[in-house]
Design a protein around this ligand. Structure first.
Ligand code: B12
Length: 463
C-alpha cells in the first residue's frame, strides 16, 4: 500500500497558504484492531476545534486501517466507494487492496467514522474558521448549492455553505459566487415557466437563511444598506453587504419609507447609504430616498439590478455614485461627497408612476374592441392584464425619470418573452402598450412618447 495522498484539509490549507499544523498524530497509535482505531478516532473527533483537525483524524484513521485517501479526479482503482472529503474539498476516495483485511475493516468502520466526522464539523464554532477564509469558492460549489435548492433540502444548502466557510472560503465569495448566482438561476427557472412561484419562494427562503448565516463585514466606515419603499428584494442588498469588505455594514432589509430612513440616517450618521434597487418600479421611490439622505448630509451609492449597467440612472436620480458590485465599496465611500446638482423627478414621471386604475381599464377596454383574445379573458386574466399595464406605465415613468429609454426596452423584451412563454399571442403586448400610451398621452405626453418609441423598437427587433 502506498503512502496516503494529501487529504482534503491539507489540500485546502495549502491552496489558501494558511498556517500548516505540525503533522503530529491526532490520537495515539493503536496496537491493533479496527475497533481500537475507530474508538480512538471518535475520541479524537470530540477534541477537534477546526475543520483541519477533523479532516486529519479521518485521514489518519484511514491510514491506520491500511487504506489511502486519493482525490476522486485521479480515478483510482480499488476504491471503497466512500467520499471522505466531508465536503471540505474536492471528493476524496479511500483505496485499499481488495484482497486484504484492510478492505474488510475499512468497510466496517468508515461509514460511522465519516458520520461522526460530519457531526464533529457541525458542532464547530462557525466564527473562527470563517475569519480565516482566504480563498474563493470553486465553481462546483454553485452546482452543489443549486442541486440542494432544487431538492428543497435546507440541511443540504446550510451544509454546503458551512463546509465552504470551514474549508477557508471567504464569506464574500460564498455570497458572490454561490448564493447570488444561485438566486439568479432560481429567477431564470421561474421566468422560463419551469418553476412555480411556490418553488421560487421555497428556494428563496433557503437562501435567505443561508445569507443570514454569513458574517457581515465589521471594520471600516459605517455603510447602511437599505432599499427604497416598495422594494421587497432584500437578498441583493444583504449579499452586497456581506461582499462589501472594508466597511462596517448595517443592513436594514426591505423597503424603508424615505422619511423614516432620513430620520434613521440623521441619528446613525454613516459614511454612506448603499441603496439597493432590484425592480425598476422602485426607482422613483429611490430618488425620494436619495433626497432624504441628502437632506441629512449622507452621500448615496446606488446599486442593484434596476440601476442597469452604468451610472446613468443612478446619477439622473441624484445618487452620488453607482457601483456594479459591492467589492470596491470601501474605496468608493472614502471621500464620497454629496453632488450639488442632484436631479429632480419630473412631474410627468410621478403622475405616470401613480397611474389610476380607471385609465388602465380604459386602455384595456379599447384593446378588447379589436381583440377576441382580450374579450375572452376571464376576470382573473383581466386583473393580471391591468396589473401588466400598470407595470408598463410605471416602467415608462421610471425611464422618463432616469432619462434612460433602455429601461423600457429591457422591460418590454422581458415581458415579451414572459407572456409568449405563457401562451399569450405576440400581438397582445405591443397593442396593449400602444393603447396605454394613448391613454397616458393627455396628462403625461413625454412618458407616452417614450413608450411608443420603445414599442416600435420591440416590434422592429422581432422582424
Ligand atoms: C427572490 C426573488 C424575489 C423575492 C425576494 C425575496 C428577497 N428576500 O429578496 C420576492 C418573492 C419577494 C420577489 C418579488 C417580486 N419579484 Co423577484 N426575484 C427574485 C429573484 C429570483 C432573486 C433575487 C436575488 O436575490 N437575486 C440575486 C442578487 C444577489 O443578485 P443581484 O440582484 O444582481 O445583486 C447583486 C448586485 O446587483 C449587487 N447589488 C445589489 N444591490 C446593491 C447595492 C449597492 C449599493 C451595490 C454597490 C451593489 C448592489 O450585489 C448583489 C450581490 O452580488 C430574482 C431573479 C434575479 N435575477 O435576481 C427575481 C426578480 C428580480 N423578480 C422579479 C419580479 C418580476 C418580481 C415581482 C414583480 C413578481 C410579482 N409579480 O409580484 C415581485 C416584486 C416585489 C417588489 N415590490 O419588490 C423579476 C424582475 C424582472 C424585471 N423586469 O424587473 C426577476 C428578475 C425574476 C425574473 N427572472 O424575471 N422576488
Amino acid at each position: 500500500m502506498t503512502a496516503p495522498e494529501l487529504g482534503p484539509a491539507s489540500q485546502a490549507g495549502r491552496r489558501a497558504g494558511r498556517r500548516q499544523r505540525p503533522t503530529e498524530r491526532p490520537y495515539p497509535l493503536c496496537p491493533d484492531g479496527a475497533a481500537q482505531v475507530a474508538l480512538a478516532a471518535t475520541r479524537a473527533l470530540l477534541r477537534t476545534s477546526t475543520a483541519d483537525d477533523v479532516a486529519a483524524v479521518v485521514r489518519t484513521a484511514v491510514a491506520d486501517l491500511g487504506g489511502a485517501c486519493v482525490p476522486a479526479r485521479l480515478e483510482p482503482d480499488d476504491v471503497l466507494g466512500v467520499d471522505v472529503s466531508l465536503g471540505l474539498s474536492e471528493p476524496v476516495l479511500v483505496v485499499a487492496d481488495p484482497l486484504s483485511v484492510a478492505t474488510l475493516e475499512l468497510r466496517a468502520v468508515l461509514p460511522q467514522l465519516v458520520e461522526d466526522a460530519r457531526l464533529a464539523l457541525h458542532r464547530l464554532p462557525a466564527s473562527a474558521p470563517m475569519a480565516a477564509g482566504t480563498r474563493n469558492a470553486e465553481p462546483e460549489a454553485l452546482g452543489r448549492y443549486v442541486d440542494a435548492l432544487a431538492a428543497g433540502d435546507g440541511n443540504a444548502t446550510a451544509a454546503v455553505v458551512r463546509r465552504l466557510l470551514l474549508s477557508g472560503v471567504r464569506a464574500e465569495s460564498v455570497a458572490e459566487h454561490v448564493l447570488a448566482p444561485a438566486q439568479r438561476e432560481v429567477g431564470e427557472r421561474w421566468y422560463a415557466g419551469r418553476w412555480s412561484v411556490a418553488d421560487e419562494h421555497a428556494a428563496t427562503s433557503l437562501t435567505e437563511a443561508a445569507a443570514a448565516s454569513l458574517p457581515l463585514p465589521t471594520t471600516g466606515p459605517v455603510v447602511v444598506f437599505a432599499a427604497p419603499a416598495e422594494e421587497w428584494h432584500t437578498l441583493p442588498g444583504r449579499l452586497a453587504a456581506v461582499a462589501a469588505g472594508g466597511v462596517r455594514a448595517v443592513v436594514l432589509g426591505p423597503g424603508v419609507p424615505a422619511e423614516h430612513l432620513g430620520r434613521y440616517l440623521e441619528e446613525a450618521r454613516p459614511a454612506a447609504l448603499a441603496l439597493s434597487c432590484t425592480i425598476a418600479t422602485s426607482l422613483i421611490a429611490a430618488a425620494d430616498t436619495i433626497a432624504a439622505a441628502h437632506e441629512v448630509g449622507v452621500p448615496v451609492v446606488a446599486g442593484g439590478r434596476a440601476f442597469g449597467t452604468d451610472d446613468a440612472r443612478a446619477l439622473a436620480l441624484g445618487a452620488d455614485a453607482w457601483a456594479a458590485s459591492a467589492g470596491g465599496l470601501a474605496d468608493l465611500v472614502q471621500g464620497l461627497r454629496q453632488r450639488p446638482d442632484a436631479g429632480q423627478v419630473p412631474q410627468q414621471a410621478r403622475l405616470a408612476d401613480a397611474v389610476p386604475d380607471a385609465l388602465l381599464l380604459m386602455a384595456l377596454e379599447r384593446q378588447a374592441e379589436g381583440s377576441d383574445w382580450i374579450r375572452r379573458m376571464n376576470p382573473w386574466q383581466q386583473r393580471h392584464s391591468v396589473a401588466d399595464l400598470r407595470w408598463i406605465a410605471r416602467h415608462a415613468a421610471a425611464a422618463h425619470a432616469c432619462r434612460d429609454p433602455r429601461l423600457l426596452d429591457e422591460l418590454l423584451q422581458w415581458l415579451d418573452r414572459l407572456l409568449r412563454a405563457r401562451g399569450v399571442p405576440a400581438v397582445v403586448l405591443p397593442d396593449g402598450s400602444r393603447y396605454l400610451a394613448d391613454a397616458l398621452e393627455a396628462e403625461t405626453p413625454h412618458v407616452a412618447e417614450l413608450l411608443l418609441a420603445a414599442v416600435d423598437r420591440l416590434v422592429a427587433s422581432r422582424d
